[in-house]
Design a protein around this ligand. Structure first.
Ligand code: ADP
Ligand code: MG
Length: 345
């Protein structure tokens, strides 16, 4: 605390301002630390032609998940998937994870085993080894923290900072579904709380609920890019909404960008649910978050290799820094691209 006991509210800084402030005095001591704070994963150079990458995330009950609608198996699966996603965002292949949990005595052993069913399924699916972790008690709420480690050839790593003017902005799948799924689940919860006899009916919402409850990391696209000989010039995973991620790439790469609203991939189901909730489907697509697709940039000369790829959508291009990040709307307006603040504080 400073001398005049000034109190700064966390909300005034936001998540990224807080991280910047907490880490501003960090000095890297080891030559093996090739990249510290500031990307989807830290990067280590132990010699040879590969880097090791490492990423960690916390999932906290009441903040990141609500057990009234999050099945325990899905929770375990998601905890692994979101970390694997950060490894993929470096263009790396994950190999190991550790899992740390804090549980209250509200959970039975069988309940915790259900979380591990999901964890094991994800480890199987993403071909990663669970190699350790920590287990402790919690007074209130369930907490799961996962750390993932992966590897990538040095000449194939993709940082957030490599985008260049003229590069094409790509995204690996449809956006906004996870957010609309959350809205549906929250609505059904309210209905259930008001009248416990009403059973949630998710029949018409399978796709968006699935996007929220059981996201997949796009390691499939990482393998595909490798086979096609495409190395993204920059990459980030879409955890906070594509607008926020484009801004991260712009900041780290010191570039501007143009995003075409009408090019944002939106699934028909997401579109329909957004319509039902009376919100424009572009809003969750831009700012929804938790889609865990990959946002990346490619050189123009690589366009032909991905042009017909069903997993890649072209949403804009990288521009000069002076022009900032802009959204070309369907109404042919040009607006500054903005990201909503952090939801958790
Ligand atoms: P992501 O969404 O990809 O997981 P974050 O937005 O959580 O990334 O974090 C951005 C960067 O800040 C990452 O490099 C992360 O390792 C780092 N970071 C986040 N929180 C802290 C912290 N409390 N102390 C140090 N570094 C942090
Ligand atoms: Mg990330």
């Amino acid at each position: 605390m400073s001398e005049n006991n000034k109190r700064t509210e966390i909300g005034d800084l936001g998540e990224f301002g807080l991280i910047d402030r907490l880490t501003k005095d960090v000095k890297i001591k080891h030559k093996t630390t090739a990249k510290g704070v500031g990307d989807d994963a830290a990067v280590f150079d132990y010699g040879g032609d590969e880097y090791t990458v490492l990423s960690t995330d916390i999932l906290l009950e009441g903040i990141h998940f609500d057990l009234s609608f999050m099945p325990l198996q899905h929770l375990g699966y998601k905890a692994i998937a979101v970390n694997v996603s950060d490894i993929a965002a470096m263009n790396a292949i994950p190999e190991q994870v550790t899992v740390s949990i804090a549980v209250t005595n509200r959970f039975s052993v069988e309940a915790i085993e259900m979380i591990y069913e999901g964890i094991n399924a994800a480890c199987e699916n993403y071909n990663v080894d669970l190699v350790g972790g920590d287990t402790t008690s919690s007074r209130q709420g369930l907490c799961i923290s996962v750390t993932a480690v992966g590897r990538v050839k040095k000449d194939k790593i993709s940082y957030r900072s490599g985008a260049k003017k003229g590069d094409i902005l790509c995204v690996t799948g449809d956006l906004g579904g996870a957010y609309m799924g959350l809205q549906v689940l929250l609505r059904e919860k309210t209905v259930f709380e008001a009248n416990p006899k009403m059973q949630p009916n998710l029949d018409n919402y399978q796709y968006v609920a699935g996007r929220q409850l059981r996201p997949e990391a796009r390691t499939d696209v990482i393998h595909e890019l490798d086979e096609l000989g495409v190395v993204p010039t920059s990459m980030i995973d879409v955890s906070d909404g594509v607008a926020s991620e484009v801004l991260h790439i712009c900041k780290a790469s010191n570039v501007g960008a143009v995003v075409y609203e009408d090019k944002l991939p939106i699934d028909q189901d997401t579109f329909d649910v957004a319509h039902e909730f009376k919100i424009a489907s572009k809003t969750p697509a831009l700012n929804g978050g938790e889609d865990y697709e990959l946002l990346f940039t490619i050189k123009q000369e690589d366009f032909s290799k991905l042009e017909k790829n069903a997993n890649v959508f072209f949403i804009g291009y990288i521009d000069e820094a002076e022009n900032g990040a802009r959204l070309f709307t369907e109404g042919e307006q040009t607006l500054p691209l903005t990201a909503q603040g952090w939801k958790h504080f």
